[in-house]
Design a protein around this ligand. Structure first.
Ligand code: FAD
Ligand code: SF4
Length: 514
């Protein structure tokens, strides 16, 4: 359906940046659906952020925008407001369900996706050319770097290397090596200023009042604690947060990317995922800005830090987005390891106080208070525990989606079903991300403050991650017998003298809060 340039652009709640519009005078339709929040139990701060961002966008667009608050999306399309009765266009939505809905509507044209670095057709061609071989993020990432001419020196990667992963995996600095914190705002023990935080305004006040009222009416329930909004809700805030990260924190990115520190959930992470996922920043502008920062002031940054960051945004993020569509809608139902235990209440409720294990309690507490923790707590604490305990991957996917400010369907499936739970049988990763107490002990400062001991497998002090790891390998030893990357683990299992007692102990512990 040709639009003849007078189309109204329908924006979903994750398409809020300027790159989703074609001009400064284009008219816009924005729909806020209350039922989305009634159907599922979201983190309170996530509901706040999404509503705040949409309402800020509607206010910015002013008369150009038809903003409808409806129970369901369909209500708006069954009785289209006069202002949007003409041709309507929308960028490719970010979920299968929304795409199918758009395609079911009359007089709505779906445009190619925006806000990603690679066209879906291009990825499909790349992936189809690798049939029979495992798709590798590294190959895709290098191709994208070349195509965007990003951190390149002609045809070669800048600095002669594509990958600085080996340098970006250090344990947290020891307390003695940590710099003195003189400025109270300097919250990061890595010696860089803490993240930039936005100020709330009257739109946030209204959002908070609405959420309180919906909750009081009994229509909607939330998990997590309310608190000041911590993530950008406008383009201006998004650009400020990006600038702050590039100027003050990017230099410390990478080196401690895999480390976890109690009392510092943010470390040197960018905190940009929620902002990019709302569409307030385009990932391509983000990585070009990081490259410019490096090229303008090479003495301020290591290439390892900048490449490490670029790899996350244009490598991992982009790859996850493309695989969501490539693997298709059935991917969400995969459960290769036949994990059938339901998620326990303490986990669903983010009840950090119900847990003694310091790592799990700290991470759940941060999630409860902020709706965010960084990648390694997601993968190696929350996901790892679920994997070890045999919790249902579909329930875990839903939980991650609802509990995190940056959770969206497209980013959940490959990250949770594939990367974290190995529920796809290894299409994403070559071995399960299961780790014991020794890993957490090496990569964090948690174990010293924990009633359990990371090296003890059986008995009062048995670390639930250490014992849980062996319980997991034991349960799946036949499944992994042919996986050469699991061979060492299975050999280790055969050497355990206390396996019987360990299995009995962990079967007893099951899914209870450890
Ligand atoms: P940084 O550490 O600063 O990284 C920079 C950016 O890279 C991020 O902002 C993000 O946009 C991107 N990125 C890096 N890794 C990934 C990845 N695996 N998938 C997608 N983007 C990535 N990311 C989400 O955006 N939403 C989610 O709901 C989400 N759930 C996750 C669940 C699990 C089990 C795991 C293992 C990872 C998940 N991630 C998710 C990926 C990653 O953990 C977050 O993007 C990151 O922690 C966000 O913090 P940050 O912005 O400070 O990231
Ligand atoms: Fe976590 Fe085990 Fe370390 Fe305690 S001892 S913090 S449970 S890894």
């Amino acid at each position: 359906m040709p639009t003849e340039g007078n189309d109204v652009r329908w924006l979903f709640a994750d398409q809020l940046g300027p790159h989703f519009l074609d001009g400064d005078d284009q008219r816009v339709l924005l729909v806020e659906s209350r039922r989305v929040f009634a159907r599922r139990r979201f983190h309170r701060q996530k509901a706040h952020l999404v509503l705040s961002a949409m309402r800020h966008r509607a206010a910015e667009l002013g008369e150009r925008c038809t903003f409808r608050q409806a129970d369901r999306y369909r209500d708006v399309f069954d009785h289209r407001p006069r202002a949007v009765r003409g041709p309507l266009t929308v960028s490719h939505p970010t979920t299968f369900a929304a795409r199918d809905f758009v395609q079911s509507l009359d007089r709505v044209q779906m445009l190619p996706a925006r806000g990603y670095a690679t066209e879906m057709d291009e990825f499909a061609r790349w992936a189809a050319g690798r049939r029979g071989h495992q798709l590798r993020m590294e190959d895709f990432y290098r191709g994208t770097r070349r195509r965007l001419d990003l951190l390149m020196d002609g045809d070669e990667p800048l600095g002669g290397r594509w990958n600085y992963d080996a340098e970006n995996r250090e344990p947290p600095p020891k307390p003695k090596a940590r710099p003195e914190l003189t400025d109270p705002d300097q919250r990061s023990v890595l010696g860089v200023p803490g993240p930039w935080w936005p100020d709330e305004d009257e739109i946030d006040e209204q959002v908070r009042a609405d959420l309180d009222r919906w909750e009081a009416d009994g229509d909607v329930t939330f998990v997590g604690r309310d608190g000041p909004r911590q993530f950008p809700a406008t383009r201006t805030e998004a650009l400020t947060a990006l600038r702050h990260f590039l100027d003050h924190r990017l230099r410390a990115f990478g080196r401690y990317e895999d480390a976890m520190m109690s009392g510092d959930p943010w470390m040197a992470h960018s905190l940009l995922s929620a902002t990019i996922n709302l569409g307030l920043l385009d990932p391509v502008e983000v990585v070009h800005a990081a490259e410019s920062a490096y090229r303008d002031r090479p003495d301020q940054y290591s290439l390892a830090a900048v490449e490490g960051f670029v790899r996350q945004v244009i490598g991992w993020r982009e790859y996850m987005w493309q695989l969501y569509w490539w693997f298709g809608p059935e991917y969400r139902h995969l459960n290769e390891l036949r994990a059938t235990k339901p998620l326990p209440k303490w986990f669903v409720e983010l009840d950090a106080d119900a847990v003694q294990a310091r790592c799990l309690s700290d991470v759940l507490g941060d999630l409860r208070d902020h709706g965010w923790v960084h990648h390694i707590p997601r993968l190696m604490v929350l996901g790892n525990y679920a994997l070890q305990r045999g919790w249902r991957p579909d329930q875990l996917t839903d939980w991650f989606h609802r509990s995190f400010v940056d959770g969206y369907d497209w980013v959940m499936l490959t990250n949770v079903v594939g990367m974290s739970q190995y529920a796809d049988g290894g299409r994403m990763v070559t071995k399960p991300y299961a780790g014991g107490g020794a890993y957490i002990n090496r990569m964090s400062d948690y174990c010293g403050q924990c009633p359990y001991s990371p090296t003890v497998r059986v008995g009062e002090q048995a670390c639930p991650f250490a014992a849980g790891y062996w319980w997991f390998v034991h349960r799946h030893r036949d499944r992994f017998a042919g996986n050469h990357r699991m061979r060492q683990a299975i050999r280790g299992l055969d050497r355990l003298r206390d396996l019987e007692a360990l299995v009995e102990q962990e079967e007893h512990r099951g899914s209870r809060g450890p």
